[in-house]
Design a protein around this ligand. Structure first.
Ligand code: PLP
Length: 363
């Protein structure tokens, strides 16, 4: 089976095999990680090794703190304003909205402060709004954006420049798929279930000077100061998901690190974008060329408006060939192929062959 699911998504086979082998008996203890106390030495070791691997992979300096939290990236849509918006004298924050997920983040943040979308609203989520049109507020608590919009297939090709205002990125669907300079960011949030593990754990990396501004209404489980002070153990952490993330991070390290992942992501996505470009309009990607995602390739079949019957047929044919998860997001339609780190080049080549034969049979 070839798994192109958008998340939860494919995990490296060797990781799954290791998890299977250790499932009932972790490290000779006779119990599963799932059955272990989160305060045991063994679990503490899992946490610190996972954290250290992440620090190595992303070159995270000492003045950044790492949390493993519950509540998903969606929980962080609330946690960010709850923890940070008070840094601004007018409780305001700037948002860049390039797709479904950043729009949801705005909706949540509006409950807690004055949210300014810094550019004219996009009619369609198919591009990054022109930077020269951004109206950034120097007194904003932070500038927020989504580095890769999973549903729309829009990915930032650059890191936004925000001067002294801390930049915050949702990297749920592209973290560890390319190198970046963490010192350009105030914080990064990422649900694990696409590129770095299974559902249940959300990674938060934050610069330490941004901690300590939470609103009194902030639920304690989302309070960064409390969770950092307790090494993410204020309450029971998603222990099994953290363990699995540790295995995935080891796998990334053993497979060329972040640069290794980056090369593969470009290769895989280019295979599909080239097939689209060479299809005489049978396939069309509606995202502008500079903003096309390396992780989630979205396209329509049978013209830019999409022929829904043809798209349904394509999804069915793919299913017959044991390729799963390519139906577009319900808010977007069409086809979406998710190419997270664990998806292989050979798997993408098999999809490209299907795209070719499907087109030839109908064009
Ligand atoms: N942000 C992005 C970019 C996502 O792709 C998703 C989920 O698909 C979310 C946020 C929401 O994550 P969760 O379901 O873990 O809350």
């Amino acid at each position: 089976v070839v798994n192109f699911n958008p998340g939860p998504a494919k995990l490296p086979e060797s990781v799954m095999r290791q998890a299977q082998a250790e499932f009932l008996n972790y490290d000779g203890l006779g119990i599963s990680v799932m059955e272990m106390s989160h305060r045991s030495t063994e679990f503490m070791n899992i946490m610190s090794e996972t954290k250290n691997t992440l620090i190595r992979l992303l070159n995270i300096p000492d003045n950044y703190k790492i949390m493993f939290l519950q509540g998903g990236a969606t929980g962080q849509f609330s946690a960010l304003p709850l923890n940070l918006i008070r840094r601004s004298p007018n409780s305001s924050a700037d948002y860049i909205v390039t797709g479904t997920w950043s729009a949801k983040a705005v909706k949540e943040a509006e409950k807690y402060g004055n949210i300014n979308v810094v550019h004219p609203k996009l009619k369609k989520y198919s591009r990054i709004p022109d930077e020269t049109e951004w109206n950034l507020d120097p007194e904003a608590a932070y500038v927020y954006y989504c580095d890769n919009e999973t549903a729309n297939g829009v990915e930032f090709p650059f890191v936004p420049e925000t001067g002294n205002v801390p930049l915050i990125a949702d990297m749920s669907s592209n973290i560890l798929s390319r190198p970046f300079d963490i010192t350009k960011f105030g914080a990064i949030i990422a649900g694990a279930q696409k590129n770095i593990g299974c559902a249940g754990v959300t990674l938060v990396i934050i610069r330490e000077d941004l901690i300590g501004y939470s609103m009194k209404e902030c639920p304690v489980v989302l309070d960064y100061k409390t969770q950092i002070g307790m090494n993410s153990l204020y309450n029971t952490p998603p222990s099994y998901s953290i363990y699995l993330m540790g295995l995935v991070l080891d796998w990334i390290q053993q497979n060329g690190g972040v640069m290794g992942m980056a090369k593969k992501c470009v290769q895989k996505s280019q295979l599909i974008y080239t097939t689209i470009a060479e299809s005489d309009g049978f396939y069309s990607c509606l995202v502008e060329s500079g903003a096309r995602s390396r992780m989630n390739v979205t396209f329509r079949i049978g013209g830019p408006g999409g022929d829904e019957a043809l798209e349904k047929e394509f999804v069915e044919e793919a299913k017959k060939a044991n390729m799963l998860g390519i139906k577009g997001h319900r808010s977007v339609g069409g086809i979406r192929v998710s190419l997270y780190n664990a998806v292989t080049v050979e798997e993408v080549q098999s999809l490209v062959r299907l795209m070719e034969s499907f087109r030839q049979a109908r064009q």
